[in-house]
Write a new protein. Sequence first.
Length: 241
Amino acid sequence: MVVQRYTTDLHCGACVAKVRPLLDAAPDVRKWDADTSGPQTVLTVEGDGVTAERLGALLRPAGYHVLGEVTAAQPAPPPEKPTSYFPLLLILSYLLVGVGVTELAAGTFDPMRAMGRFMAGFFLVFSFFKLLNLRAFADAYAGYDVVAAKWYGYGYVYPFIELGLGVAYLGHFAPLATNVVTLVVMGVSTVGVVKALAARRKIRCACLGTVFNLPMSAVTLVEDVLMVGMAVAMLFWLLYN
């Protein structure tokens, strides 16, 4: 496979989100990435026969153009961080240990209380990492979330939704409404993850923002489904107890 780099007139993550379906659907484009950090967005494209003319034809329906090819004399982008599930698994382990300790201190194990505390920690920690670089998260999230792909601004709103849910679980505020919102938000997120996995796309999971290079995989799906399951269990308990 040949890797080429081209400058374009894409200016932001919203622009990248517009051309994403066009590039993803191109059979001759195996993998691509957009760097919007500079004055001109650089598209790195891996595939066979993806010339400047071919890439321009792919971008044109969205109203964007190739400005030129990046030569070897220009600085290469920094290498990506190695992919790893370790940060995600470590955070989940910390949350489980923290919940276990608080339940031991309470003297009795209450499943609903334990799940509420776990979900509070989950949303607070995960929103923190997303907020470290909100724009980068929005760019990454638009790559696979079904809502963010249509409305780029959702990537800026989503971390604050998680933050609000974390505070609500921590303070036991409006538990019925909190669990309904969690069910909807995480359910929609699960749909995007399933679609990305079904398409076998090699993309970064944005669940911990862009601080870590987490690959999109079944681990991400299990994480989302787990949160949906907990919200359903807590709703069932609230409605029938």
